[in-house]
Design a protein around this ligand. Sequence first.
Ligand code: SIN
Ligand code: MN
Length: 228
Amino acid sequence: MGDVESPAGPAGHPRERERAEIAPGAVHVPGWLPVERRRELVGACREWARGPVPMRRTVLPGGGVMSVRTVCLGWHWQPYRYTRTAGDVNGARVAPFPGLLAELGRAALVAAYGDGAADGYAPDAALVNFYDGAARMGMHQDKEERSGAPVVSLSIGDTCVFRFGNTGSRNRPYRDVELVSGDLFVFGGPSRFAFHGVPRVLPGTADPASGLRSGRLNITLRETGLAD
Ligand code: SIN
Ligand code: MN
């Protein structure tokens, strides 16, 4: 496992997973989503994946294709901008940003940072990413937004290794954290523009009670700062 911060504790006993500040403004809250909420989100993601803009692998400007499958809500992300219509997929207008995700985003900020943290926070875009066992995401910054509001990340299904780095480059120093089904990760403040990525997914680790037998769903909520 190298230097991944895994839950294995002394003598093989699982260590209690606790809220941790991974870097200033970057907070990991294990098990934040109750299992019923995970199930509800998995069902919603299945609907969102159908369209009006269907879930697909994003094609990069150089012709490469991302291994992750993505569907967007509120605003459609393509490398490297947000639009209301998905010119790189089927030209359809992206589905509206759901109220349930706005509520969840505000609750997530309070869980990560405390009371008052969600004042004025109004996420308006979500990227729903599905990882099969072979999918990865390279180190990158979320920097197409014109708002400095935190990014909220929710994980369901297979555990992954989430690499959280620094704002200067995609290289070390970084920390590898396991994101398990139900975990919340929020990055804002001095970590808002930190490089991050998913070097691997751990197949066979999903909790079937969440409604996802295999693979990993990640939902990130963002405030774009864009107006129509
Ligand atoms: C992302 O950086 O957009 C996704 C991160 C994740 O899958 O945990
Ligand atoms: Mn990202």
